[in-house]
Ligand binder design. Structure first.
Ligand SMILES: O=C(O)CCC(=O)C(=O)O
Length: 361
């Protein structure tokens, strides 16, 4: 039960932790389902599970694969709670995903505001962030800047070329326990640091928007949810992929929003184009006629590719191990994304790739 003071806290600070939101048994079942799912997805993509497990940190649209997650967000505890945080007591699912910070291969998700990445016209959304285990400060917990949702929307942050710094602010580390949930306003500045604990850090996140949100492709045309949208620009997001919970307004005025079309530019390497740019670059310079990522996932091909690139770009020989690792990581990401839009959200390999080839890309 959420009290009036909880709602007041959320409104004032732009986030809220609800303790004991789900019992341990339910969370353990969700975790087991996630373990099964990632095994199935690795198999379906012909990626070795050990590679998939180490590399893939984001799997999208969990509710489309798994009945327990689906029940949780469409009928269960989250469905019963999310609408209460909206003016008309109803909301629409934008999408859900799991973000994992695997041990030894994870990093920071830089400071950002979620709404800046959503192709929708109304910033009054939020997300529910549910950890599937206890988290201490070292585990890559959510860090939030209280009250920052009141500052309004800024341009989207490019995780690869990130420069935001909130070290002078009163940042809160949300050391939540298994079964707790964090509710986060879509304009609240937040990040998660590297997981340096002894367990992988898994969070299930569902993102909610006002039921009468309209499609705004210019706000985030690169976002994968665009692929699930069949309505036209400025129309209400009435599509099967975006179910409404509650009986709220499914009509209403249009809102103005920032035009972020420039994030699509292919000029320099950014989080919006990194995989595409890397693939085009490798296809061209390695003269590959088949799928680049399938080709590079093969160890022998990858070794040949490394030698060829070192020779062609006159790189120092000592870059060979790093380049091999980067190509492996990018090939796993590329294959998983092509197959089911899963990937590593930390972009370490793209940053390394960018640093190795500098202005050549
Ligand atoms: O779970 C994470 O590591 C990142 C979560 C996040 O930043 C988000 O959900 O917007």
């Amino acid at each position: 039960m959420i009290s009036k003071s909880d709602f007041d806290f959320y409104k004032e600070n732009g986030y809220l932790v609800i303790q004991n939101f789900l019992d341990d048994k339910k969370v353990d079942k969700l975790k087991a389902n996630y373990d099964d799912l990632r095994k199935k997805l690795a198999e379906r993509t012909s990626i070795k599970y050990s590679d998939y497990h180490k590399e893939i940190s984001q799997i999208r649209d969990i509710w489309k694969y798994d009945e327990d997650f689906k029940k949780l967000i469409l009928e269960g505890e989250i469905a019963k709670t999310a609408p209460l945080f909206f003016e008309d007591k109803s909301c629409r699912l934008l999408h859900d995903h799991i973000i994992n910070k695997p041990l030894g291969n994870n990093g920071t998700v830089p400071w950002h505001q979620d709404y800046t990445y959503w192709p929708t016209d109304n910033p009054n959304g939020l997300s529910f962030w549910l950890p599937l285990s206890d988290l201490d400060k070292n585990a890559g917990v959510l860090e939030v800047v209280p009250k920052s949702h009141l500052w309004g929307e800024e341009k989207p942050v490019d995780f690869i070329n990130d420069t935001k710094d909130f070290s002078n602010y009163d940042v809160k580390y949300l050391e939540v326990k298994k079964g707790d949930i964090v509710i986060l306003d879509a304009l609240t500045w937040h990040r998660t640091s590297e997981n340096i604990s002894i367990e992988e850090r898994i969070a299930y996140i569902s993102l909610w928007i006002p039921a009468n949100s309209r499609y705004a492709p210019k706000h985030a045309s690169w976002h994968p949810v665009n692929d699930n949208i069949t309505v036209k620009e400025n129309e209400i997001l009435n599509d099967d992929w975006f179910p409404v919970i509650g009986k709220g307004k499914t009509n209403g005025p249009e809102h103005t929003y920032l035009d972020n079309s420039e994030t699509e530019t292919m000029q320099k390497i950014t989080m919006y184009n990194a995989s595409k740019k890397a693939r085009n670059f490798l296809q061209k310079h390695l003269d590959i006629n088949t799928d680049v990522w399938t080709f590079l996932y093969n160890e022998t091909n990858r070794e040949k590719a490394v030698n060829r690139l070192i020779e062609k770009f006159n790189l120092n020989d000592n870059v060979s191990d790093e380049l091999n690792e980067v190509l492996l990581s990018m090939s796993i990401n590329g294959l998983a994304y092509q197959n089911h839009k899963a990937r590593n959200v930390y972009n370490k390999s793209y940053v390394k790739f960018k640093n190795i080839f500098k202005d050549e890309i």
